[in-house]
Design a protein around this ligand. Sequence first.
Ligand code: X8Z
Ligand code: ZN
Length: 382
Amino acid sequence: MWAQDWSNVKDLFLPCKNKPSLDIAPALREQNYTAERMFRVSEEFFTSMGLSPMPEKFWNLSIIEKPKDRTIVCHASAWDFCDSKDFRIKQCTDMTMEDFVTVHHEMGHVEYYIQYKDLHIAFRDGANPGFHEAVGDVISLSVVTPKHMVKIGLLSDSAGKKDSEVDLNYLMSQALSKVAFLPFGYLIDVWRWNVFRGKISSSHYNCEWWKLRSEVQGVQPPNIRSEEDFDPGAKYHIAANVPYMSYFVSYIIQFQFHRALCTAAGEYDPKNPLAKPLHDCDIYRNKKAGDLLKEMLRLGSSKPWPDVMAVITEGNRRMDVSALREYFQPLENWLRKDNKKHGAAVGWKLSKNRSYSVSCMSLLFFFCLQFTDVLDWSVELC
Ligand code: X8Z
Ligand code: ZN
């Protein structure tokens, strides 16, 4: 509904249509996976790196399945009860790839709570909110690699064989999840902060929303909208007053953390990315990567976030997209060639004479999709 994660339509975009794109949902069903098993598999990844297991209370008091006898808010969340013992997750887990990733995301929050539990209460928080959102996702960047899925029996051995075309399909699926998210992750709080600043009045909530959706994200509503509608309010984080910029930050810094941990693990050499590509790195069972991650998590918010980032990234104190670019380099190369081959116009903004202009966010310049026509309904609204 939000076009925040495009990987569910990956079949439309696969670079190599005659090669498979990998999905673990059939294996989860065939192997009668339960929510508890998904959580145990996730926990085992953390402990394999020397990180902490989930405590007894976590297993007794978390809600990991949708209750049958009552309605609950199903949006997944993780909770620190601030007594250094009680940490819980609430998730209505489905047996899908998406939820398998969310299980790791939520457990990343709890692992952070556990690692900083002995700090003064004032420091029991992420170095910045983006750090908190990034921990589980960093683990997932290893978990979803085909070679890891083979290791844990969710894909057959043949899926683990090196094949550059299958690799490209995998990278496209990852880009549809991670890169396509960026404009969405950014615009939510641009809209909300402009409401708070008084720059968007209550009579323009919906049209300003669709202006951003159109300009930043390049999507249009499927039918005519008006101020009778309040579309942003259907997003959980808007209705529940949860900040969103943390996810935008996370989707960038998680690649910096992934690169740092993979380098420490000897699974990635920035000087020779072709030998062991960053997107193929799996830090499972790697204690060096575990120790480094632990060192960062244990600091909580006791130091300014650039200091905390420097601990893991060998001195880099800035958020930047270089690791994200490195991760997606083979896909970027392929997209550049393919766009050239097809004479594809990059971008989605219509200029006055209705020809296309190159207008993507610079972060996304390699990932702009070609649209044949764009109806600008939102502008009429405002
Ligand atoms: O809300 C979440 C997590 C809970 S912190 C499930 N996420 C954002 C969303 O669903 O919109 C994770 C990805 C972005
Ligand atoms: Zn989260």
